[in-house]
Design a protein around this ligand. Structure first.
Ligand SMILES: [Zn+2]
Ligand SMILES: [Zn+2]
Length: 344
């Protein structure tokens, strides 16, 4: 089968590889029907994910059809359409039982697919702990509707959930990339009074205004003043930081009102500074990122009910054979790209 492979630092190559096989009674084999490229794939390519293993098939965001299951798999059967979770988790350890599945203590726990074990930018993928890692796609929900459930949508949903958004709140979201927009869609489910999105790229601000006309957008330079003048208590009640730069980190606490919750979803390239003297008395609560992807069934149900629709994010679709072109487009942010779907 064709599999996009991390062959060397800086290089991914489309290789012919043997089809994966079940290795454990809790495994499932999934025929990938649609995959996608994530910014984290680029992080692997450029060496900022040291635990990524050269030789692995990349890709951790995909949907497919179950081809085979190990004898201990209970929740899915061959023929089922499923979403695949970015995280591998056992479901039994202390962290899994508390819903902190990102911290599963299994040696394969956490983000393994397409990083430490073969992922899904391929025709087939082996999914460990299939009872946890796969969710059946409800009838009437298409592959394109379900594509982001296991990764960026899980992240947005989790961020909005832990962000303690109350009805009527002013929510400030920093970053309108794919994960930022997923976070926006999930924040909307909490009935805030107002959502303000900060984004550097004018095209992405325009995308947000065009698709979500009730949302206010602002460029980073004007954001602090804008948030203060568009919120009831001198700053945002809830801040969700999805951009991941020193400037966006600073903006996150500056734009928050006293006693707000600041949820950091972004992945930074380096340490960030908390200037505590400046923040003294603001009494903020910080929550830090690393999605717990354990709400996928709930998210799929919300998609079925029409309450979440991420299909406008899929701006481009490429066949697996042309995945290198898709990467180039995504990486260079050409042609208004938000997300690229890959069809095996
Ligand atoms: Zn990802
Ligand atoms: Zn576990």
């Amino acid at each position: 089968m064709l599999a996009y492979t991390y062959t060397a630092p800086g290089t991914f190559t489309l290789l012919e590889k043997p089809r994966p096989v079940l290795q454990d009674p809790r495994d499932a084999l999934v025929r990938v029907t649609l995959a996608s490229i994530c910014t984290s794939d680029l992080h692997i390519k450029h060496g900022s994910v040291p635990r990524a293993v050269p030789g692995i098939t990349v890709g951790h965001e995909m949907v497919g059809v179950v081809e085979a299951v190990g004898e201990q798999v209970k929740t899915v059967r061959p023929g089922d359409r499923v979403t695949v979770n970015v995280e591998t988790f056992c479901g039994e350890c202390f962290f899994c039982r508390h819903g902190y599945v990102n911290n599963c203590t299994d040696p394969n726990g956490g983000w393994a697919l397409g990083c430490r074990i073969d992922g899904g930018q391929a025709e087939y993928v082996r999914v460990p702990f299939a009872d946890q890692g796969l969710n059946p796609i409800p009838e009437g929900v298409s592959d394109r509707q379900a594509l982001f459930v296991g990764d960026i949508l899980a992240t947005g949903y989790w961020a909005a959930r832990i962000g303690e958004i109350h009805p009527g709140d002013t929510v400030f979201i920093i970053g309108a990339g794919p994960t930022g927009i997923c976070t926006l869609l999930c924040a909307m489910l909490h009935q805030p009074g107002r959502i303000i999105v900060c984004e550097q790229d004018p095209a992405r601000r325009e995308f947000v205004r065009a698709h979500y006309p009730t949302v206010l957008t602002v460029a980073p330079e004007e954001a602090v003043d804008f948030v203060r003048s568009h919120s009831d208590h001198g700053g945002a009640d809830a801040v969700l930081e999805v951009a991941g730069t020193p400037e966006s980190f600073r903006l996150a606490w500056q734009a928050a009102r006293p006693n707000a919750v600041v949820t950091v979803v972004a992945l930074y390239d380096g340490p960030q500074q908390l200037p505590l003297p400046e923040m003294y008395g603001k009494n903020l609560t910080f929550k830090t990122g690393g999605v717990d992807g354990c709400d996928c069934a709930e998210i799929l149900e919300l998609i079925r009910q029409g309450k979440i629709d991420t299909t406008p994010l899929i701006t481009h679709t490429y066949p697996l054979a042309q995945i290198a072109e898709a990467y180039a487009l995504f990486e260079e942010r050409r042609d208004g790209v938000i997300k690229v779907a890959i069809q095996p």
